[in-house]
Design a protein around this ligand. Structure first.
Ligand SMILES: CC(C)[C@H](C(=O)O)[C@@H](O)C(=O)O
Ligand code: SF4
Length: 464
C-alpha cells in the first residue's frame, strides 16, 4: 500500500466519523471569525437555541471593513458600523475572544492567527474566508468555509467535508535576488491557470520551498486558492519550529514538537496531480488582466488575445484588456501607475514592509503617485516602528497607516479607488472592481510595489 500524504495524515487524525454520506466529519482545532459573513451564522445559532461549543477554540477579529487612518475613526457608513457592532456583540454574548480595532493582537485574521501562536502543524483550521489557505504554511489543513458551515462549526466544533484530492507542486532551484514567493505563485498561476488546483489540497515541496521564510510560505499558500485549490500545505521543518518557538515564547509543551514532526508526506505517497516549477528561472511577475492567472514577467509585454489558443482564454483576455485599458504589445514597464498599495494577508507582514523599506530608503515616491502602506496587524505595525521603517516610509512620502486591516486589498471599507485609477497592489486579487468600481489593479510583490511607487510606472528595484 502506498504511503500517506501530509494532507491525508492531518485529515485522518482529525476525522471523528468517516463516511457520513460522501463526507467525513472533521474535528476543527481553530475557528477564526471576522465581521463579514458571520452575523447570519450567529442569528441562526440563536434561532436554534444553541450555544458555541468551544469558544476557547474560536477567535474573532475585525479587519475587512475597518478604517485604517486611525484606530478610533468614526465610520459614517451605517452598514459597516453595524457589521462590526454585531461581531463585537456576538462575541460578548457567546464568550468568544475578540480583537477590537487597534487592540494589540488585532489585524487581518490570517496575519494574527500565527502571530498569536494559534496555528500549529497537524491542526484543522477554518474561517469564513477563502484566504484561510494561508495557514497551511504551518503544515495545518486550513480552508475557507461558508456562512452555514460557520454556524455548524460554532455549534459543534466539527465540519462535514468531502475529502479533497492530493496535488503536489515541486519547486526546484533557488529564487534569484529580488524575486519573491509572490512572483513564484503568480508564475505558477500564470502558467497553469486559475483552475489548476480545483478540488485538490496543494502540497509545496522542494529546495526553493525549504529556503522560504514562514512569511513567504504564507504568501504562497495564501494565493493557492487563486489556483482554485481547496488548500495549500507545506510540511513543517526547522524554519516552522523556530517560528513557533518564537511566537510561543520559548519551547512548546513537552511532546508537542515530536507530534508536529509526524506531519510529512511519506516518500512513497502517490499524488493525484503533480506540477513542477524551477525557481531559478523566475523573474518579478505582474498581472496585466483581471484574474491572477493573467500574469507575466515584468519584462514582458501586454499579450494579444490571439496569443491564446483556448477560445475562453481569448475572450477573457479581450475583456480584461478593455477593462484594464491596455494595448497589446505595450511593455509592462511602460504602464504608468496612480496608486501603490502595500498590505493585505498576502503581503502585509513584517518581511514585506522591510522589503519595501529597503527600496524606499533614500528615495521618494514619484510626483502624482500615492503610496499607501497598511500593516497586516498591529503587531506588524509595532515591529515596523521599532525598526524605524515608519520613518523610512515618511521620508519617502508614503502614507503608513495607523490601523491594521484589509484596506485597499478589497473595497469593503473606506479605503478604495476611484473609477479609472490604476494601481499596483500587493494583494491577491485583481478582479474587476476589486479595489473600487472601475479601478484597475496590477498584482505585484512588495519590492516591485516600492520600485513602482518611485518610478511612477511598473518597475523592479533594479530599474531605479
Ligand atoms: C470578504 C471575504 C469573504 C473574502 C474572501 O472570502 O476571501 C475576502 O477576504 C476576499 O479576499 O475576497
Ligand atoms: S487582506 Fe484581502 S485577501 Fe486578505 S482577507 Fe482581507 S480582503 Fe481578503
Amino acid at each position: 500500500m502506498a504511503g500517506t500524504t501530509l494532507a491525508q495524515k492531518v485529515w485522518q487524525s482529525r476525522t471523528v466519523r468517516p463516511g457520513v454520506g460522501d463526507e467525513d466529519l472533521l474535528y476543527i482545532d481553530m475557528h477564526l471569525l471576522h465581521e463579514v459573513n458571520t452575523p447570519q451564522a450567529f442569528d441562526a445559532l440563536r434561532a436554534a437555541g444553541r450555544t458555541v461549543r468551544r469558544p476557547d477554540l474560536t477567535v474573532a477579529t475585525e479587519d475587512h471593513s475597518t478604517p485604517t487612518i486611525s484606530v478610533d475613526r468614526y465610520d459614517p457608513v451605517e452598514g459597516r458600523r453595524m457589521q462590526r457592532t454585531l461581531l463585537r456583540d456576538n462575541c460578548a454574548e457567546f464568550g468568544i475572544p475578540f480583537h477590537r480595532l487597534g487592540g494589540p493582537g488585532q489585524g487581518i485574521y490570517a496575519v494574527i492567527a500565527p502571530e498569536l501562536g494559534l496555528v500549529h502543524p497537524g491542526m484543522t483550521i477554518v474561517c469564513c474566508d477563502s484566504h484561510t489557505t494561508t495557514l497551511g504554511a504551518f503544515g495545518a489543513l486550513s480552508f475557507g468555509i461558508g456562512t452555514s458551515q460557520v454556524e455548524h462549526v460554532l455549534a459543534t466544533q466539527t465540519l462535514p467535508k468531502r475529502r479533497p484530492r492530493d496535488m503536489r507542486v515541486t519547486v526546484t532551484g533557488t529564487l534569484p535576488p529580488g524575486v519573491t514567493a509572490k512572483d513564484m505563485v503568480l508564475a505558477l498561476i500564470g502558467r497553469y491557470g486559475t483552475t489548476a488546483g480545483q478540488g485538490h489540497v496543494v502540497e509545496y515541496r522542494g529546495e526553493a520551498i525549504a529556503a522560504l521564510s514562514m512569511e513567504a510560505r504564507m504568501t504562497l499558500c495564501n494565493m493557492t486558492v487563486e489556483m482554485g485549490s481547496a488548500a495549500g500545505i507545506i510540511a513543517p521543518d526547522e524554519t516552522t519550529f523556530a517560528y513557533l518557538r518564537s511566537v510561543l515564547g520559548g519551547s512548546p509543551p513537552a511532546g508537542e514538537e515530536a507530534y508536529w514532526r509526524g506531519f510529512f508526506t511519506d516518500p512513497d505517497a502517490v499524488f493525484d496531480k503533480e506540477l513542477a516549477l524551477d525557481a531559478g528561472e523566475l523573474r518579478p511577475y505582474v498581472s496585466w488582466g483581471t484574474n491572477p492567472g493573467q500574469s507575466i514577467p515584468l519584462d514582458g509585454r501586454v499579450p494579444h488575445p490571439d496569443d491564446f489558443g483556448d477560445p475562453a482564454l481569448r475572450t477573457a483576455a479581450e475583456r480584461a484588456l478593455s477593462y484594464m485599458d491596455l494595448r497589446p504589445g505595450t511593455p509592462m514597464r511602460d504602464v504608468p501607475i496612480d496608486v501603490v498599495f502595500l498590505g493585505s494577508c498576502t503581503n502585509g507582514r513584517i518581511e514585506d514592509l522591510r522589503a519595501a523599506a529597503e527600496v524606499l530608503d533614500g528615495r521618494r515616491v514619484a510626483d502624482g503617485v500615492r503610496m499607501v502602506i497598511v500593516p497586516g496587524s498591529m503587531r506588524v505595525r509595532r515591529q515596523a516602528v521599532a525598526e524605524g521603517l515608519d520613518e523610512v516610509f515618511a521620508r519617502a512620502g508614503a502614507d503608513f497607516r495607523a490601523a491594521a486591516g484589509c484596506s485597499m486589498c478589497v473595497s469593503l471599507g473606506e479605503d478604495r479607488l476611484t473609477p479609472g485609477t490604476r494601481s499596483a497592489s500587493s494583494g491577491n486579487r485583481n478582479f474587476e472592481g476589486r479595489q473600487g468600481p472601475g479601478a484597475r489593479t496590477h498584482l505585484v510583490s512588495p519590492p516591485v510595489a516600492a520600485a513602482t511607487a518611485v518610478a511612477g510606472r511598473l518597475a523592479a528595484p533594479g530599474d531605479l
